[in-house]
Design a protein around this ligand. Structure first.
Ligand code: URA
Length: 240
C-alpha cells in the first residue's frame, strides 16, 4: 500500500506538488471513484488507478538492457566521466543503477535496474552467474590457453580463478575469442590474459546469466527487458 500522490509521482506523472493538483482537481480515480485526497492509500496489486480515465499501472521495478559504449563509467555519478546512467533517458524512477561494473573501455551488456534484490542475486559469488565476453587479443591464442583457462589461472589473488571456458574464434597476430567466467573479479578478463602474457585490446560482454546482448541493439542504446527476459531473471531472484 502506498500513498496516491507517491504512486502517481513514481509513475512519472509529475512532482509530488504537481500530482497533488491533479488529485485536488478531480482528475484521478481509484477503482472508478474520484479520489481527492493525496494521502489516500493505494493497493498497488489490486487497485485500479486512472488519470482522466486512462489506467496507470504501477511498476515498482524497471529493467533495461544497455549496450554500454567505451568511455563511460559503470556508476550512478562521476565528477569526470559520463556515466552509464547518462544514457538512460526515459526511466520513470530515479533510483536506477548498473548491476555490476564494466571497465570504462569495455563495451556490451549491462543490466540497469532499481531492483536491489535481483542485483544482489546476480552478483553474489555463490550464484556463479555466467558472463561471456567477446575479446580481441594482441597475440596468438592457442589450445594450450584453453587448458590453462579451464584449470584456473593465478592472477595474483589469494586463489586462482575458477575454471573458465575459452572458445577461440580466430587465432593469429590478433586473435578473437569468447570467454565465459562465473566470477566478477576486478579487471578479471584482462588480468587472466595478462597472466598468460597476452593483452586484451577490445572487450565486450555479450551475455550475463540468461540475458544475451541482442545483435540489433546499437552501442550506446538500451531497451526494456522483454517479458521472457524478466521472467528468467525473476527465477534467479527467487533463488531457483
Ligand atoms: N573483465 C575485465 O577485465 N574488464 C571488464 O570490464 C569486465 C571483465
Amino acid at each position: 500500500m502506498i500513498r496516491l500522490d507517491k504512486f502517481l509521482s513514481e509513475m512519472g506523472l509529475g512532482t509530488r506538488s504537481e500530482v497533488k493538483k491533479l488529485i485536488k482537481t478531480g482528475q484521478i480515480a481509484i477503482n472508478g471513484t474520484v479520489a481527492v485526497k493525496p494521502e489516500t492509500k493505494v493497493d498497488t496489486d489490486a487497485d485500479e488507478v486512472s488519470v482522466n480515465g486512462r489506467i496507470v499501472k504501477y511498476q515498482r521495478y524497471e529493467y533495461y538492457l544497455f549496450n554500454k559504449p567505451s568511455g563511460c563509467v559503470s556508476a550512478t555519478s562521476d565528477n569526470v566521466h559520463d556515466t552509464v546512467m547518462d544514457y538512460i533517458t526515459d526511466a520513470v524512477h530515479d533510483d536506477l543503477f548498473p548491476v555490476g561494473r564494466l571497465d570504462i573501455d569495455t563495451e556490451g551488456l549491462l543490466l540497469i535496474t532499481n531492483d536491489g534484490v535481483l542485483s544482489h542475486e546476480l552478483l553474489s559469488p555463490s550464484k556463479h552467474v555466467a558472463k561471456t565476453y567477446y575479446a580481441r587479443i594482441d597475440g596468438e591464442v592457442t589450445w594450450d590457453d584453453i587448458i590453462r583457462f579451464k584449470e584456473g589461472i593465478d592472477i595474483g589473488d589469494e586463489r586462482p580463478t575458477k575454471p573458465a571456458e575459452l572458445v577461440i574464434k580466430k587465432s593469429g597476430s590478433v586473435s578473437e575469442i569468447e570467454l565465459t567466467i562465473t566470477e566478477g573479479k576486478f579487471h578479471q578478463v584482462k588480468r587472466m590474459f595478462e597472466a598468460l602474457g597476452k593483452r586484451v585490446i577490445y572487450l565486450k560482454r555479450i551475455s550475463m546469466g540468461p540475458l544475451k546482448l541482442p545483435d540489433d541493439l546499437k552501442t550506446g542504446t538500451y531497451r526494456a527487458l522483454t517479458q521472457a527476459e524478466t521472467d528468467m531473471l525473476m527465477q534467479i531472484k527467487s533463488g531457483k
